[in-house]
Write a protein that binds this ligand. Structure first.
Ligand SMILES: [Cu+2]
Length: 640
């Protein structure tokens, strides 16, 4: 479905566009003209990011206010490397601010589309790299695919201030071969993207290129398709139960606005239930995938959002293949390297799903036997970043639960395997998949019944036997109020069932208890890299599962604005350095989650979906089960 409502908003006399609506193609082009008129779009200038500069929350929430539409562009001159962060106003047609980055302190702008082809061309043309390949018996460089990988930052003088990638290579002997099955190990080319040359070649060891095909499309690899699966059809003869008006979505008391950004992908805004606000904004604006092989590829750690922009690589979803049932799609519009709009058809999938039993009871005294079906509203998108594919799913349930789930699939990153590498799993003969973590950073701008919120850490425990607990069976919750940003850097504790409760400091329920939503984490390990490592400095957000900050419109990204080659210290550790008050004010909750992944052979050559995420549950937000009015699924269902 095309979002005609938003496009129509640009027609003369139409209502003004909502301040949080995604940027339209016309707006990207208008912004481009503003930049061109300001002399900022010389021929070698490319857009490394182009998106909505959201107005501060206060301006959006002010009654009758219509904040001006602003766009933010990261511009890179690919001939000089000059990088700038520009904000422009579509309302005034003026550049509002422009800052030229100091790459040594600020880091580099994200990878652009053109870097992929450029890196491959540069290494294929490099005599040293060709010679290293020839020593490995690889003389036809057209059959070698180069993977431009973000470089990290290790304080090496030769790398300081350079816009660079580190290139690993894979053999793709046939057009349809799965290159990831054939890594060329021991060799890495460090490429300066501005000088357009290999400035260092690291040739540490030679290993045979694994030979077994990983081409899972090839009948010779997968075997004949099984013919024993009978159809499952999902029908909703009366259509789905939600309504979508432009980007505003309503379903079963829930309401929200859908947003989309090249960097963050799907964003949710002004999420509420039964007219009561819960979240002003929810998104997963960062993820880092650090690899755990300490040898020459020690630098492998990709910030898929901050360095590559997950939204830009959103998939066009196909009905009946990616999504089953009665599906509504929204297109997404992002910009290419030249700031020209690119529509990703069917990027966002919206549907509702049956989710088994909502509640059920057969009463031994009154004979009542009742069942109700749970269902959920699903808003999702899928993205491909290099070898991996990620689905970002948000679920809204009838009982007020919100769930974020990431589906991880695609192809494992590979290396050669000598049969004895403890940091890697052998997944095919001579082929290894190094261990790694996927650490996602969610930003949850909470508004539980209003702006005045606070966070409590809730642990459960037993109590030693004593005068108040003579038989030792007592169960208690230990509640600790997190009063400042410094106190709120917390880790999960599965042995204590640790959760974090976001309470209103103004609204109470019918028992006089503050209304709240509780964050239930999965309690997987946080960042495991040494605290003194470069990675720990650059992925500081991942050191804790929880952070709470006072709302600041400039604090949007868990690892900071400019992640690529950033020396570290940006993002959440810097945000909380002021140790601001977070008790009874407008707060943002940040949650780190995700698996530590020691691959299994069953995940090769393509990985069945693995899942991770977190849940937010109403806790005294309602005075009782809010789903008593859900009818039985059929007339024959209320027995007794
Ligand atoms: Cu993984």
């Amino acid at each position: 479905m095309t979002d005609t409502a938003v496009s129509a908003a640009h027609a003369p006399g139409a209502l003004p566009v909502h301040p949080l609506a995604p940027v339209t193609g016309a707006e990207f082009l208008a912004g481009r003209q503003v930049l061109a008129a300001a002399g900022l779009l010389a021929e070698p200038v490319r857009f490394a990011y182009y998106g909505l500069e959201e107005p501060p929350k206060g301006e959006v929430l002010a009654a009758g206010a219509a904040p001006e539409r602003r766009l933010r562009a990261f511009l890179i001159d690919i001939s000089t490397g000059e990088s700038s962060d520009v904000v422009l106003s579509l309302a005034t047609g003026q550049v509002v601010s422009r800052r030229v980055l100091d790459p040594r302190a600020d880091g580099q702008l994200p990878i652009i589309d053109g870097d992929f082809a450029a890196a491959e061309e540069i290494v294929r043309a490099d005599p040293g790299w060709r010679a290293a390949m020839a020593r490995r018996g690889l003389t036809d460089v057209t059959k070698i695919r180069a993977c431009p990988l973000t470089a990290g930052w290790f304080g090496v003088a030769e790398e300081a201030g350079r816009r660079m990638v580190r290139v690993l290579a894979f053999v793709q002997a046939r057009e349809h071969d799965l290159a990831w099955a054939h890594p060329v190990d021991g060799l890495s080319a460090y490429v300066d993207l501005i000088e357009k040359r290999v400035f260092r070649l690291v040739d540490e060891f030679e290993a045979d290129v694994p030979a077994e095909s990983g081409d899972y499309d090839d009948p010779a690899v997968r075997g004949p398709h099984r013919d024993t699966l009978r159809p499952i059809e999902i029908t909703q003869p009366q259509g789905p139960s939600f309504t979508l008006d432009g980007h505003r979505l309503e379903w079963q008391g829930w309401s929200m606005r859908i947003g989309f950004d090249a960097r963050e992908g799907l964003t949710l805004h002004q999420v509420g239930i039964f007219g009561r606000p819960v979240l002003y904004r929810a998104a997963v604006p960062e993820m880092v995938v650090p690899y755990g092989d300490p040898r020459f590829r020690y630098w492998q750690a990709y910030f898929d959002s901050g360095e590559y922009l997950v939204g830009k690589f959103a998939n066009s979803l196909e009905l009946g293949c990616d999504c089953l049932g009665d599906i509504t799609y929204l297109d997404a519009t992002v910009a290419d390297d030249f700031g020209e709009p690119k529509v990703i058809r069917n990027a966002i999938c919206i549907h509702e799903e049956d989710y088994g039993i909502l509640w059920k009871h057969t009463d031994i005294f009154n004979g009542s036997a009742q069942s109700r079906r749970q269902r959920r509203l699903v808003v999702s998108f899928f993205t491909t970043v290099g070898n991996y594919d990620y689905g970002f799913y948000w679920y809204f349930y009838l009982d007020g639960t919100i769930e974020c789930e990431i589906k991880l699939t695609g192809v494992l990153f590979t290396a050669a395997h000598d049969g004895a590498n403890p940091h890697s799993t052998q997944v095919a003969p001579g082929l290894g998949a190094p261990a790694h973590q996927h650490l996602f950073g969610a930003r949850l701008d909470m508004t539980v019944d209003g702006l005045a919120n606070a966070v409590e850490e809730v642990d459960v425990s037993g109590r030693p036997a004593g005068p108040d607990n003579p038989h030792g069976n007592a169960l208690v919750q230990e509640v600790t109020r997190l009063r400042t940003e410094g106190e709120a850097g917390r880790r999960c504790d599965a042995s204590r069932g640790r959760t974090w409760r976001v309470i209103s400091t103004e609204e109470v329920n019918r028992f006089g208890v503050p209304v709240s939503y509780t964050l239930y984490p999965e309690a997987a390990p946080a960042l495991l890299a040494d605290p003194g490592s470069s990675l720990a400095a650059r992925a500081g957000f991942a050191a804790n599962h929880l952070w709470v900050t006072q709302y600041d419109p400039a604090q949007r990204y868990p690892a900071g604005d400019f992640v690529n080659q950033h020396p570290g210290g940006a993002g959440l550790p810097a945000f909380v350095a002021g140790d601001r008050d977070i008790d009874g004010t407008d707060i943002v909750v940040w949650h780190t989650f995700g698996p530590t992944h020691f691959p299994r052979p069953e995940e090769w050559p393509v990985m069945p979906v693995a899942r991770c995420g977190f849940t937010l549950k109403p806790t005294g937000f309602f005075g009782r089960n809010p789903t008593l009015d859900v009818p039985p699924p059929g007339a024959h269902c209320s027995g007794g």
